[in-house]
Design a protein around this ligand. Structure first.
Ligand code: SF4
Length: 225
């Protein structure tokens, strides 16, 4: 499991003694606790950790065999964390490692039949989250996604999590190009379609990372600078 971040690493503009910052922090902590408790309840009887379940779900959702580095990227965890989880899954007979078709020195991961069955069961996790998110209005959901994108990016910038496959770092993302459309102001060049904050992705399988300079410009446009 990833360790919690320390408050001494907060951005200079954030005051950790601000009551609102404390309230948000306490709320996030409670949410994190609820999600972890649910994940443990679901995975422990099957002898799996939540991280291992996440790896299975990621491999299940991928159209192509993934390398460990892609798994780490996809889960926004460090390479050693992903490697440990993969090693355990291989030992349990849920994942196999074979030589990558495009590079004989690299290993590609695939689910075994048993791994596929476990991954299907793991699909119950998002339903737990969906039930909680449904308590929000559509506008609140859109604002929440936007806030999550900003928070995940801050964690990435500080090096607290590995880069995630978010729209704001994707070469296909065109923020605010449909300014006249308040519901769907952004554009995804991958599917060539407009979309709104509600559809911002935090883990998109089609994501392709853009260069650092372009990503910085994209971010400035996204937050309206
Ligand atoms: S491909 Fe995915 S991550 Fe990239 S802009 Fe489209 S929806 Fe967002």
């Amino acid at each position: 499991m990833d360790s919690p971040t320390s408050s001494d690493a907060l951005p200079a503009s954030a005051n950790p003694t601000d009551p609102l910052v404390q309230q948000v922090g306490a709320g996030l902590f409670k949410l994190g606790l609820a999600l972890r408790t649910h994940a443990w309840k679901e995975s422990t009887p099957r002898g799996l950790t939540p991280t291992q379940v996440q790896v299975l779900a990621l491999l299940y959702g991928s159209a192509i065999p993934l390398r460990v580095s892609a798994v780490a990227d996809g889960m926004a965890v460090t390479l050693p964390t992903a490697s440990d989880a993969v090693k355990a899954l291989v030992t349990k007979g849920l994942v196999t490692k074979t030589r990558a078709a495009d590079d004989g020195r690299a290993m590609a991961l695939a689910l075994t039949d048993a791994g596929r069955d476990e991954a299907r069961r793991a699909e119950g996790g998002p339903e737990f989250v969906a039930a909680v998110v449904e308590a929000l209005t559509p506008d609140e959901q859109a604002a929440f996604v936007r806030s999550l994108v900003k928070m995940v990016r801050t964690l990435q910038e500080r090096g607290d999590i590995a880069p995630a496959r978010t729209c704001v770092t994707c070469r296909f993302f065109r923020p605010w190009v449909h300014g006249g459309d308040t519901d769907r102001p952004h554009h995804c060049a991958f599917v060539d379609a407009p979309f709104g904050d509600r559809s911002l992705r935090l883990d998109c399988p089609e994501h392709e990372r853009t260069g650092a300079e372009a990503a910085a410009q994209q971010w400035s446009r996204f937050i309206g600078m």
